[in-house]
Design a protein around this ligand. Structure first.
Ligand code: IPM
Ligand code: MG
Length: 375
């Protein structure tokens, strides 16, 4: 048996209450199948609704402290935030606060067209699309520097400062090249079109100064990786090319806000937002959460697709495997990844976003069953 790991689980809002239990099912299956020893704290109730239900006195369950975020080996959480509460509560900013506090500078958001899934892009087959949006996660428009100018009780001006630093650019771009080397979190290393390992740098240099710095540092870092192909495209062009020739891309690295937007677009490209897993990763900490939000429009009907949550938890295990040099955790991630592929590929159990009739929990159980079977 491997060493004991402690993971903190947080539930969140909307569909979080449906998809987090399915990720737990898969985590338990993988624990058994790979002889892991994982203690899960919670999953605790967390997020905007919790805030309101508790009179906004207490942000979350008192058992969930910021110290605990740092003490555990990793965290997974369902999406948080509800539209009506967005302006009133700090809750919806929670993922951003956690990213900053734990210095989780890399947001890894794979876009892979999996077996049995139709892309919205006509004619694209599984295996044709397999790239990663590597979103810088600690700078740009989301640092919260700025403010309002109010005169006579009227808000007349709002400013957000866009911040890009050498340190921030350097570390995310280096990570992009390292990820191109290993093929981590992808079906296979390289771009589907030609098998080439390629790092695409995309932003809006020439217009935004921070993006100019981002590109300059990209060229500096690229010198250390002569074996990896370089590719630079403005972010507006990239949104076009990602749709026209998604098979050309391997790792696409971009500043924070562009990554936020492009990862939702990539949700559509890979067939459903419900398939979009993601990992917020730093050197010492990580937390896993789906790319999508809490989807209040479909919450409560058990029709949500838990794959995004399941894959995010799998990515978290892989990150822990790297950190602790624990092969079993890395195998567990591959076990989850391929169990998802087999379940989707069999086309027997599918949620409505993929034109199926099964519930969230039927799909989660099917993936857990595949994990137990192995393969
Ligand atoms: C995401 C989300 C978050 C973000 C929100 C909920 C703050 O959209 O993780 O992509 O913008 O980063
Ligand atoms: Mg987003």
């Amino acid at each position: 048996m491997s060493r004991r790991y402690t993971i903190l689980g947080l539930v969140g809002d909307g569909i979080a209450g449906e998809i987090v239990p399915e990720a737990m099912k898969v985590l338990r299956a993988v624990e058994e199948a790979y002889d892991l020893n994982i203690e899960v704290l919670g999953p605790y109730d967390f997020g905007a609704k919790y805030w309101v239900d508790h009179d906004m006195k207490q942000g979350w369950d008192p058992a969930v402290t910021e110290e605990l975020f740092r003490e555990v080996d990793a965290i997974f959480k369902g999406p948080v935030g509800l539209p009506d509460l967005l302006r009133r509560l700090p809750g919806p900013n929670l993922p951003i606060n956690m990213r900053m506090d734990l210095d989780l500078y890399a947001n890894i958001r794979p876009c892979r067209l999996r077996p049995g899934v139709d892309s919205v892009l006509v004619g694209r087959k599984p295996g044709d699309i397999d790239y990663i949006v590597l979103r810088e996660n600690s700078e740009h428009m989301y640092v919260g520097i700025g403010g309002y100018l109010s005169r006579g009780g009227v808000t007349e001006l709002a400013i957000d400062d866009y911040v890009q630093t050498r340190k921030g650019c350097e570390r995310i771009i280096r990570k992009a090249f390292e990820m191109a080397k290993t093929g981590e979190y992808k079906g296979r290393a390289g771009a589907p079109l030609d098998g080439k390992r390629r790092v695409t740098c995309t932003a809006k240099w020439g217009i935004c100064k921070g993006d100019g710095l981002f590109k300059d540092i990209y060229h500096e870092v690229a010198k250390d990786y002569p074996e990896i192909e370089q590719d630079t495209t403005w972010i507006d062009s990239w949104s076009y090319y990602a749709i026209m020739r998604p098979n050309f891309y391997d790792i696409a690295v971009m500043p924070n806000q562009y990554g936020d937007i492009m990862s939702d677009m990539s949700g559509a490209i890979q067939g459903s937002m419900g398939l979009a897993g993601s990992l917020n990763a730093g050197e010492d900490h990580c937390f896993a959460e789906p790319t999508h939000g809490s989807a209040p429009d479909i919450a409560g009907r058990m029709i949500s697709n838990p794959t995004s949550m399941i894959l995010s938890v799998g990515m978290m295990l892989n990150w822990m495997g790297d950190k602790h040099d624990d092969r079993r955790l890395k195998e567990a991630w591959r076990g989850i990844d391929s169990a998802v592929d087999r379940t989707l590929g069999a086309k027997k159990v599918r949620t409505p976003d993929l034109k199926g009739k099964n519930s969230t929990s039927e799909f989660g159980s099917a993936v857990a069953g595949e994990v137990r079977k192995g393969g």
